[in-house]
Design a protein around this ligand. Sequence first.
Ligand code: HEC
Length: 108
Amino acid sequence: MRCHLLRMLASAIAFTPALALADTRLDKLKAQGEWLAQECVSCHRLDGADKGIGSIVGWQQSIFTTTLKAYRGQEFVERRNPVMVSVARSLTDEEVEALATYFGSLKP
Ligand code: HEC
């Protein structure tokens, strides 16, 4: 009985850091995304309204990422809007992921 309890305790302890790490990584990405988003929200509205420039709030992450990479024009069918091409080309993959995480976490 005591042995069983100890084993449970041990596995709980072993499990916790992995979870905490996953949380930290997400939080970090989101914070980085929020910081990077300052550049985007001079054109795209944070409240998700479309005032001539499309909303980028609440997108599924994979679609957001694919779209930005399409502006980069290196991996997918290109999108050619020159402003977004230059915005997208200035971002690393990690920054794109951070932006996708942040904007994806917002509700339109
Ligand atoms: C100077 C203004 C401007 C800035 C800054 C800007 N965008 Fe854009 N964005 C646009 C315009 C204009 C379009 C529409 C382009 C088109 O028709 O392809 C667009 C399109 C997009 C789209 C596709 C929207 C859709 O409905 O297909 C995404 C995603 C996007 N931008 C993300 C971003 C992100 C992320 C940033 C910041 C890193 C950013 N944009 C910064 C002007 C801007």
